[in-house]
Design a protein around this ligand. Structure first.
Ligand code: TXE
Length: 493
């Protein structure tokens, strides 16, 4: 018996106008447990015009404090419903229940953080040379924001976009990934309960065709996307049709660097957190472990020992440490990258094979996999695998490790494990990445900026500054001089 979900357009729960549906599969047992609508172009048009009307008639007119009240209610509801929502999300994408539940509460924090900014979005008074001119700026919402997310952390990734968009006074059309849409649709019910007016938040579902049509639409004002780099490029090209500003949070191949002077056991735990958490299906995965030669063997031995004990199983079981890959396409991609690793001549020191075991028969399970003596030029060190596959690379000194760390088309996150403060500051300055974690990895806060450089994208999420990505500045200049002016020359004084 599968659950038949509907889309949320203009405050109504609706099917696709063509009645087309997509199946949603539980990656732990390959059962179809829900279906979602495949939005038609008409549904997309409807959702955008609902968002436009809500923006013009209601949302841009109400105060920041009122927006904040609704956002805080939404946060409270997310906290109250965290258990139920996390069970749904885990069923949808196979992520551990301990992680999805944590992400629900983290998302609630995100809504509260941005709710606190709604009445702090203001312009400046600018002193001009001519004292008879009064110049000031207004920060205005952009209008209709399109928010497209991926399947690995639907609610958490959406929060990074929806919270600042709403706080700044925009209305939205959301499209989650076709592989994991259920919790985003469930969020629509919480949005309703929190009292948001119809049309402020619209949620439509479907595959890439929906995203493509949405991002080419002439009646939108902003796109924020989390997903793969190739799709990000396509969206950026679509957006250029109408010169719509874009925020892109894309993939990564993040270096996690361990120096000889590090606290080794903590660093090894950090390496495990970097690559095996979420079965490696996270954009910030520390998938390249760069290890100082004098401790290379020691780190590798400890890492393999630790990784061997990782408990694979049902992601709904709170004691499970690694669940399945989130969908069949991702599973096949991970396996083919492992084959590429084997062929490239790197040493496979753990995993890499099919997984057997009770309760693992039907899931898309990939074991913790470690390749040693990897060269940075190999595809397993350059391409995002988005799975539990670690490339361990030795380095001789600080110069070499910086070169290796930066020899990547990506630049999302990085980690450095050392007790030497001079290295901390030098590497933080030189590493090309949006985040540098020192003696920690995969740590987040709503106030800490998040985003990438190079092919990992642009724009920053989660921080105070993120709200500026959803506003534009208007300049207002008021002349209160009594005298007349020369009409044929621009007035510059
Ligand atoms: O992502 P896609 P996929 C990486 C990871 C993974 C690869 C592919 O390496 O193996 O991307 O994953 C929508 N116009 N990441 O295929 O295609 C799509 O429907 C507009 C990294 O799942 O990028 C979904 O909602 N939208 C990443 C969203 O884009 C389009 C997380 C993401 O799907 C579209 C996930 C189009 N033409 C994967 N085509 C991260 N940064 O964390 C698809 N979409």
């Amino acid at each position: 018996m599968s659950n038949k979900y509907k889309m949320f357009i203009d405050g109504e729960w609706v099917d696709s106008s063509t009645n087309e549906r997509l199946e949603t599969v539980n990656p732990y047992n390959q059962e179809v447990w829900a279906t979602i609508p495949q939005a038609s172009n008409k549904d997309i048009d409807d959702s955008i015009s609902a968002a436009r009307t809500a923006f013009e008639t209601i949302w841009k007119k109400i105060s920041g404090a009122e927006r904040a009240n609704m956002m805080v209610k939404l946060a409270d509801l997310l906290d109250q419903e965290a258990e139920r929502m996390s069970i749904l999300e885990t069923t949808d994408n196979g992520k551990l229940i301990r992680e999805t539940k944590n992400q629900m509460h983290f998302s609630a924090k995100g809504y509260r953080f941005f709710a606190g900014l709604t009445d702090k979005i203001y312009g400046e008074v600018i002193p001009l040379e001519n004292q008879d001119l009064f110049d000031y700026t207004r920060r205005e919402p952009l209008g209709v924001a399109v928010l497209i997310t991926s399947w690995n952390s639907p609610i958490s990734l959406l929060t990074n976009k929806l919270a600042p968009a709403l706080a700044a006074g925009n209305t939205v059309v959301i499209k989650p990934s076709e592989h994991a849409s259920v919790t985003t649709l469930e969020l629509g019910k919480l949005v309703e309960k929190a009292g948001f007016p119809p049309g402020v938040v619209n949620i439509i579902t479907g595959d890439g065709r929906v995203g493509d049509y949405l991002t080419k639409h002439p009646n939108i004002n902003k796109i924020s996307f989390t997903g793969g780099t190739e799709t990000g490029k396509r969206i950026s090209r679509n957006a250029s049709e109408n010169l719509v500003p874009v925020t892109l949070e894309l993939g990564g191949k993040s270096p996690n660097i361990i120096f000889e002077d590090a606290e080794i056991d903590r660093a090894v735990t950090g390496a495990v957190a970097g690559i095996f958490a979420a079965s490696g299906q996270t954009c910030i995965a520390g998938s390249r472990l760069l290890v100082h030669r004098p401790i290379y063997n020691q780190v590798l031995t400890k890492l393999v020992e630790k990784a061997k004990t990782i408990k694979l199983g049902n992601p709904l079981d709170p004691t499970t440490e690694m669940g399945p890959a989130a969908n069949e396409a991702q599973y096949s991609r991970i396996l083919s990258m492992i084959e590429a690793g084997k062929e490239s001549g790197a040493d496979l020191v753990l995993g890499g094979n099919e997984v057997n075991g009770e309760g693992l028969e039907k899931g898309y399970f990939v074991p913790p996999t470690i390749f040693a003596n990897v060269e940075n030029s190999m595809s397993i060190a350059q391409e995002e695998i988005f799975g539990p596959v670690l490339s361990v690379i030795p380095f001789k000194d600080e110069d070499e490790v910086l070169q290796l760390a930066n020899e990547s088309k990506f630049g999302l996150a990085s980690g450095v494990w050392t007790t030497d403060m001079r290295k901390v500051h030098r590497l933080s300055r030189e590493i090309q990445a949006g985040t540098v974690w020192i003696n920690t990895y995969r740590t987040a806060a709503p106030s800490a900026p998040f985003g990438g450089v190079k092919m990992s994208g642009y724009g920053r999420e989660r921080c105070i500054q993120a709200i500026h990505d959803y506003t534009r500045i208007k300049n207002v200049m008021i002349n209160y001089a009594e005298d007349d002016r020369d009409p044929f020359s621009m007035q510059t004084k």
